[in-house]
Design a protein around this ligand. Sequence first.
Ligand SMILES: NC(=O)c1ccc[n+]([C@@H]2O[C@H](COP(=O)([O-])OP(=O)(O)OC[C@H]3O[C@@H](n4cnc5c(N)ncnc54)[C@H](O)[C@@H]3O)[C@@H](O)[C@H]2O)c1
Length: 387
Amino acid sequence: MATYQPKNILITGAAGFIASHVANRLVRNYPEYKIIVLDKLDYCSNLKNLNPSRSSPNFKFVKGDIASADLVNYLLITESIDTIMHFAAQTHVDNSFGNSFEFTKNNIYGTHVLLEACKVTGQIRRFIHVSTDEVYGETDEDAVVGNHEASQLLPTNPYSATKAGAEMLVMAYGRSYDLPVITTRGNNVYGPNQFPEKLIPKFILLAMRGQPLPIHGDGCNVRSYLYCEDVAEAFEVILHKGEVGHVYNIGTKKERRVIDVAKDVCKLFSLDAEKVIEFVDNRPFNDQRYFLDDQKLKHLGWSERTAWEEGLKRTMEWYMSNPDWWGDVSGALLPHPRMLMTSVDASEETKAMISYSWNSQNNTVASTPVNGEITSSTSTVTYSHIK
Ligand SMILES: NC(=O)c1ccc[n+]([C@@H]2O[C@H](COP(=O)([O-])OP(=O)(O)OC[C@H]3O[C@@H](n4cnc5c(N)ncnc54)[C@H](O)[C@@H]3O)[C@@H](O)[C@H]2O)c1
């Protein structure tokens, strides 16, 4: 099988959870690749997630929005990007029940801007689009065969609907403009760096504080969980061995009920599950199960390595060592959090990592000089060469 060799990779959303592990892994394993991260530093992000890469010469961080066509075009050209790994998205289902327009803007329009920039610049050799198992909608409880990559997309909540919408655009740009696209659809991921609005870090932080663990509905919904390092490895494999035009599920056959996840967390903290678990109102709609056929990616040579017990223990140890990674997250620990989706201001320490910061009002770039301080707009960018 031919192996693809990227040179300059733009990774979107890598101040967030999964893509930070992917970016750190690629920076570490491939010093010959240049890795440019583009992230708008939304509420769930943290530049500290990229600490392992920050001093590497092949790494650059750019603060900005994927929905800014000028910025994206500028980056593709000035950084000679040949590969995009597109993770940036609004990702929390609970938020999508509250403010779904933000999901349309970021997940569909943002993806469209990236695709259009690929079309006009004409230099992209791989566009890896990161989607989710949720686009298939829920699987019957008694189904024994998982959704395979050609299964119908039947999303059930605004989050998954916007992810499915973005996929349609990716597919269309592949067909209409020969853009070399690959799409992934993954099961749930857990591990260090995950913002605690998501189930596992939320349970761990609540258990650390001795607070009740809230379960939506009866807790019998089933989910499949992969450890973040295994998923980062899956993206490494897909980047090099994935076939253009194909979709790859990133899945595991191992499923567990939400209530069993809560019980496993209680066990790690020696808590009495009967006393600590609290049943709360269910979501407006809560898919029973997402069950994937995981064979296609296995044929590329990937399989999960980390056992659930080991991954959960490592995750717990990381949150115990880093209890204040995001500062005050009490709002995220509510049973049904609705975050105000505004960007975070980078601290002085982390500002030093930013290579460019984009001012969309006047299309100017603030760049970081060698001493690490951000200067105000130092260069105006024009795009006379882009139609
Ligand atoms: N977490 C999971 O279990 C899971 C499972 C399957 C698929 N996915 C998909 O993987 C991707 C990453 O998920 P995650 O959980 O790591 O996400 P996350 O919420 O932790 O991080 C998302 C990142 O994207 C950035 N971002 C959002 N909108 C942006 C925009 N308009 N411009 C620039 N940056 C923007 C945010 O600042 C944040 O850093 C998403 O596309 C998600 O749909 C996640």
